[in-house]
Each structure stands twice: as structure tokens, then as C-alpha cells.
Design a protein around this ligand. Structure first.
Ligand SMILES: [Cu+2]
Length: 142
């Protein structure tokens, strides 16, 4: 009985952790209104432990980290496939779609409202239309 209760306590602890972590869905799109080649949510605010699910609604897109908090490893998903990533380190993450990085297909994730590396994100050399979009997005932060 004791062992059973202990298991129950352990299980409920595990599940409560799972309940608090959330998943945000971001679609990879060829078009939305007047905009072409974009992530459906360009800025996402989450907590560490949360997850982003990038849905390959349209094909030919991916997710590639560009500027990330210290100690975060690179991430690059397969073209045309759904992608999934659990964010564990606080800070600002700038990512792009590799084929459309010139067309402004970038996105930002802020984890735990931590902006310690925002300057590095602002200084990131992006190309083409992404220059304008990056300026707009970093203005919208905070
Ligand atoms: Cu793309």
C-alpha cells in the first residue's frame, strides 16, 4: 500500500509538470493576407519547458536558429516537415526559414521574458526583406 501511494505521488508530480508546459502552434505559410512567405506568429512569448510546434501547412519551409541564448545548440529542421522544439534556456531566439530568409521569413521566441541577449538579436546580420522585418519585430518586443 505504501509503495502504491508513493507511486501515485510520483505520478501526479510528473503529470503536473506536463500540464503546465504548453505547446504553441506556428504555421509555416506561403501566404497570409497581403504577406507572403511567413510564420503565422512572428513573435511568441513562452516559458522554459514550453514547446513550439511548427506546422508545415505549406511545404518548402523549415526552421533554422540564427541567434540564440548562450549555450543553446543549433537547430535546423527538415524542409517541408513539421518541426518541434522544447525551449529550456531563457532568452531571445531569432530563427529563419532557410530558403526564404531573404523574403522576410523570420520569427522570434522570447523565453521567460528574458531579454539579456536582445542586443545580439538586434545586431544579427539578416538579408533582404528580413532587415525590415527584424527591425519591426524587435520594436514590438518589451
Ligand atoms: Cu520558407
Amino acid at each position: 500500500m505504501k509503495a502504491f501511494l508513493l507511486t501515485l505521488v510520483l505520478l501526479s508530480t510528473l503529470f503536473s509538470g506536463a500540464v503546465f508546459a504548453k505547446t504553441v502552434e506556428v504555421e509555416m505559410l506561403n501566404r497570409s493576407g497581403k504577406n507572403i512567405m511567413l510564420f503565422s506568429k512572428r513573435i511568441v512569448n513562452i516559458n522554459s519547458g514550453d514547446n513550439i510546434f511548427w506546422k508545415a501547412t505549406d511545404k518548402g519551409h523549415n526552421v533554422e536558429f540564427v541567434t540564440v541564448p548562450d549555450g543553446v545548440k543549433g537547430f535546423k529542421s527538415k524542409l517541408g516537415k513539421n518541426a518541434n522544439y522544447t525551449f529550456t534556456k531563457p532568452g531571445v531566439y531569432l530563427y529563419q526559414c532557410t530558403p526564404h530568409k531573404m523574403m522576410g521569413m523570420i520569427g522570434i521566441v522570447v523565453v521567460d521574458n528574458d531579454y539579456n541577449n536582445l542586443d545580439l538579436v538586434k545586431k544579427t546580420k539578416v538579408i533582404g526583406k528580413s532587415k525590415k522585418i527584424l527591425k519591426q519585430l524587435t520594436k514590438e518586443l518589451k
